[in-house]
Design a protein around this ligand. Structure first.
Ligand code: SF4
Length: 257
């Protein structure tokens, strides 16, 4: 279990039982995916295609972007996608994606901010004497030549926009930044940038060298804790409605308790 990801670490922090179901016992989930995840992947795949076209020297028209998104949505949609909010229909989620893309396109065209790569895979070795690595994918990596700095961009399709303090504490993009500093030099300046598409807002955060060092140590400590954990109790919360192991969970299925 030497390889970790931000989502694997977050699952452990959110609910140890879910972590056990997913990463240790590897039991079959109750459903393939949620409609929110389907919306997120359809929008991400559309951005990936759009920026690849831009890197090839052609900015797709907005109509083409929406067509690509529609096809992504249809090709990968099944009725197995769980809709927790029963008052919403699949079309409502599809239409949200259209709005996200239109707002983003209009705000950011002609997309000349120095994109280097989409879905860039990063592998971070946390400590020379430990086998653990963190794997992750940067939605979009940018190099701003004028300011001589890298930018790590992340796209969010969630409704809720957290406060700035949450971004200043965020682990995921800061971990990717550590990996980028190892690739391109520790002296490189890096901005962490989230695009909250539902609000058409860009949120920016930075870290100091000391914060990067502390984060690295915190993750090593967390992995040590995970690997020495023997008890995996459930931790019921509002998130249980989106949990793909609810049918196997004794909190919700009393016959299992
Ligand atoms: S349903 Fe809730 S308590 Fe049960 S495993 Fe999933 S997240 Fe944990």
């Amino acid at each position: 279990m030497a390889q970790y990801s931000h989502s694997k670490l977050s699952t452990f922090e959110q609910c140890k039982l879910k972590y056990k179901f997913k990463y240790i016992d590897k039991i079959t989930p109750d459903f393939k995916s949620t409609i929110e995840a389907h919306l997120g992947s359809s929008v991400h795949n559309t951005f990936e295609w759009m920026y690849h076209e831009i890197l090839k020297g052609r900015v797709p028209e907005l109509d083409e972007v929406i067509q690509y998104y529609s096809k992504e949505w249809q090709d990968n949609y099944t009725e197995e996608h769980k809709i927790v909010k029963e008052y919403l229909k699949p079309e409502d989620y599809f239409n949200k994606g259209v709005k996200f893309l239109i707002d983003y396109y209009v705000t950011h065209q002609p997309f000349e901010d120095g994109t280097l790569e989409m879905e860039k895979q990063v592998n971070l070795k946390l400590h020379p004497e430990k086998p653990h690595t963190i794997i992750g994918y940067i939605d979009r990596l940018v190099f701003d030549k004028e300011r001589n700095r890298y930018e790590i961009h992340d796209y969010k399709t969630a409704n809720f926009l957290p406060k700035q303090e949450k971004f200043d504490q965020d682990r995921q993009l800061a971990l990717y930044a550590i990996a980028i500093r190892e690739l391109f030099g520790k002296d490189k300046k890096i901005l962490l940038i989230w695009h909250y598409l539902n609000h058409n807002q860009k949120i920016i955060s930075k870290r100091t060298d000391e914060e990067y060092d502390k984060l690295r140590q915190d993750i090593i400590n967390l992995i040590d804790e995970i690997e020495s954990t023997k008890e995996f109790p459930p931790n019921p919360s509002q998130l249980c409605d989106w949990c793909e192991y609810k049918n196997s969970c004794p909190v919700w299925n009393k016959k299992l308790g």
